[in-house]
Design a protein around this ligand. Structure first.
Ligand SMILES: Nc1ncnc2c1ncn2[C@@H]1O[C@H](COP(=O)(O)OP(=O)(O)O)[C@@H](O)[C@H]1O
Length: 197
């Protein structure tokens, strides 16, 4: 699927604000891919499509997830706001024949993250948080971090997301904690390597 085809498809499906957000994620993901050495086309396509089923009903989202169960299906036990991410991947596979895991996995994990994220998964996770139309406390700090180091920015986003959910006494999807712990461990190991070199 070409990027402009994906853009036309989401324009027909999404309300204006979510369409603008999706184009922003696509452009930001393209820039991050260029900076950090990932495939720009794949980043832009996954970014464009990531929220495609955001406004489908909970029943439809649940049915899509159950039609293709995987390790992500446990999100059904958590907030229904998480469901559009894996359901979106099922939808684009069925509707547009997209089978490339470099597109599907970043879509599946764009809201929650997971441990051992690929470069493209990190890029879409981050682009969803920092694209230009996002405006919430702390977003600029993550934007600045993204200019310097991808992992530092992803870790900061995870920290802020978890803190935000805890402050509202909302449940946190376990894969988000796993992603956080994983990156903390990696950063710690990097520091130890730097000292022993
Ligand atoms: N890791 C998580 N675990 C549980 N709930 C989450 C997690 N991340 C986000 N959420 C919930 O999903 C909602 C929507 O998240 P998100 O898709 O990032 O926002 P947006 O609708 O602005 O794109 C959050 O407000 C929160 O309630």
């Amino acid at each position: 699927m070409k990027i402009d085809e994906a853009q036309r498809a989401i324009k027909d499906i999404l309300p204006e604000k979510r369409y603008v957000h999706s184009v922003g994620v696509s452009e930001t993901a393209g820039k991050l891919a260029k900076k950090y050495g990932a495939d720009e086309r794949k980043a832009r396509l996954a970014g464009m499509l990531h929220d495609i089923v955001k406004y489908f009903s909970d029943d439809e989202l649940k049915a899509m997830i159950l039609s293709k169960p995987g390790t992500w299906s446990d999100c059904l036990e958590y907030s229904d706001k998480l469901w559009h991410a894996p359901a979106g991947a099922v939808y684009v596979e069925k509707t547009y024949g997209i089978a490339d895991l470099d597109i599907l996995n970043p879509m599946i994990y764009h809201t929650t993250g997971r441990k051992q994220m690929t470069l493209l998964e990190k890029i879409i996770f981050l682009a969803d948080y920092i694209e230009p139309s996002r405006d919430f406390p702390g977003v600029d700090e993550v934007r600045e971090a993204a200019k310097r180091n991808l992992d530092t920015a992803v870790l900061l986003e995870l920290q802020k997301t978890i803190t935000h959910l805890l402050s509202k006494q909302q449940s946190v999807y376990p894969k988000t904690f796993e992603a956080y712990n994983d990156l903390v461990r990696e950063q710690k190991n990097k520091k130890i390597d730097e000292v022993t070199e």
